[in-house]
Design a protein around this ligand. Structure first.
Ligand code: GAR
Length: 201
């Protein structure tokens, strides 16, 4: 195999998608390796998980910076120190500036808990239930300046079942997220890009 791509992960909390990526990247034939985990919240549980696996971690508090751009320039410095070639947002709950998304264009990917373009933004599971959709799911997409707007790399679908609550639906989608994200990163690391709109079953 050609050399593995160096991937960094950005989190804000629990980090279960981060763990799915770390686990997948342990396989000898996986085309990416995880070079660092960054969080904008020092208390993010996922940081402990990453440290326990000897993965470098870093945090920066926005409050230390005058502007979003200053914060993001410091973040880019960390990512460059790690030699990151691909940046994976995994529950990173912070809007990024167009300058940052353009700086990492084509190499910045995100997982979102809906079948984009449906239900951009927050509270996707409750909104899917309120809309009465029969199917819900998750999307890994390239990040562009518009919120949850970039081209989809892969999607996974789940049925909405009678009696579902936001919690039961969220758990069904999360299990799919943990399959979807490693497969999407694998494709991006191999191809540099991927065919938009693919679905895994
Ligand atoms: C995941 O469900 C992810 O799709 C979502 O946050 C959760 C993070 O969980 N991301 C977004 O809503 C981004 N708009 P995790 O920290 O356990 O991976």
């Amino acid at each position: 195999m050609t050399e593995k791509k160096r991937a960094a992960i950005l989190i804000s909390g629990r980090g279960s998608n981060m763990s799915a990526l770390i686990d997948a990247a342990r396989a000898p034939d996986y085309p990416a390796r995880i070079v660092g985990v960054f969080s904008n919240r020092a208390g993010a549980a996922g940081l402990q998980t990453a440290r326990a696996q000897d993965i470098p971690t870093a945090t920066l508090a926005q409050s230390r910076f005058d502007t979003r751009l200053d914060f993001e320039n410091a973040l880019t410095g960390i990512l460059e120190d790690w030699g990151a070639e691909i940046v994976c947002l995994a529950g990173f709950m912070r809007i990024l500036t167009p300058e940052f998304t353009q700086r990492w264009a084509g190499r910045l990917i995100n997982i979102h808990p809906s079948l984009l373009p449906d239900f951009r933004g927050l509270n996707t599971h409750a909104r899917a239930l309120a809309a009465g959709v029969a199917e819900h799911g998750c999307t890994v997409h390239f990040v562009t300046p518009g919120l949850d707007e970039g081209p989809a790399i892969l999607q996974a679908r789940v049925p909405v079942l009678p009696g579902d609550t936001p919690e039961t639906l969220s758990a069904r989608v999360l299990a799919e997220e943990h399959r979807l994200y490693p497969e999407a990163l694998r494709r991006v690391a191999l191809d540099g890009t991927s065919k938009p709109g693919g679905v895994i079953t």
